[in-house]
Design a binder for this molecule. Structure first.
Ligand SMILES: [Ca+2]
Ligand SMILES: [Ca+2]
Length: 262
């Protein structure tokens, strides 16, 4: 059995499907296929593990519309500009991937793999949050993804099975070209996550607003290094559950798109 945490999201889904087949379908497979099942099941795994892949177009502009409600970027590197729609930058954006004749919409809330969804299937009151930013500075937008459980009364819950960085370019299911865990100090509820580049060095900082109990949120920050993305052990400040009021709403800090005029 491979170490699941080291597998790519698509491979995790494929492995889960394989294990389900092995658990539930073994008698029938043995009766019908006999020794051939040993060849068929891994093939099914490989088939199910193959999801959409990003393109190889060079990084393009990343900028906001004038209203600050949409971020424009070629998220999947296919040469067509896509949109991240999240007017209040709440961490649950809808990504609209442009296509030749239509568009494909994917919500951050649906970005977890089948394997990740299965792990939290019986846990109540959970939520997914994601922050788009170029954390490693290669020009492609990355996705910092969290899935956690809300507080239980005034106390924090300890359920944070997803805290990962999906490196861009991203596929149209928001899976990454590669994935790495984000080191976190707490396993409490992630209320909000933002990417900011306050020192304008081309690499985004990750700001995570995480429950500290009694209705409070702590802001944990981290920068990408060769060791990955690690959040600080202690909050840099605190805020109420209303969220990051001191951060601007919308996407204008990425810069406003400038289109050529005729
Ligand atoms: Ca695109
Ligand atoms: Ca990147």
């Amino acid at each position: 059995m491979p170490d699941v945490s080291q597998l790519r999201p698509k491979e995790q889904d494929g492995l889960l499907s394989y294990l389900l087949l092995r658990q539930w379908g073994r008698p029938r497979l043995r009766a019908v296929l006999g020794a051939g099942a040993a060849l068929v099941v891994p093939a099914v795994w490989l088939c199910l593990a193959s999801g959409p892949d990003p393109g190889d177009h060079r990084p393009t502009v990343v900028c906001s519309d004038e209203s600050g409600t949409k971020l424009t970027a070629d998220l999947d590197a296919d040469g067509r500009l896509d949109e991240i729609r999240d007017p209040h930058r709440s961490g649950d954006a809808t990504v609209v991937f442009s296509r030749a004749t239509t568009a494909v919409e994917v919500r951050v809330g649906e970005a977890r793999t089948v394997w990740q969804k299965a792990r939290s299937a019986l846990v109540p009151d959970t939520a997914t949050r994601g922050a788009f930013g170029d954390f490693d500075g290669d020009g492609y937008l990355d996705l910092a993804l969290f899935h956690s459980r809300r507080d239980v009364g005034d106390s924090t819950a300890s359920h944070l099975p997803v805290h990962e960085l999906r490196y861009g370019p991203l596929a149209r299911d928001l899976s990454g070209s590669r994935t790495r865990h984000i080191d976190v100090a707490r396993a409490s509820f992630v209320s909000d996550a933002r990417a900011t580049d306050e020192n304008h060095d081309g690499r985004a900082e990750l700001q995570v607003f995480q429950s500290v109990g009694d209705g409070g949120l702590g802001r944990y920050t981290g920068r990408h290094t060769e060791d990955g993305l690690t959040l600080g052990d202690e909050p840099v400040d605190y805020t109420g559950t209303a969220g990051p009021d001191d951060l601007p709403s919308g996407w204008r800090d990425f810069g406003i798109c400038v289109y050529p005029t005729a």
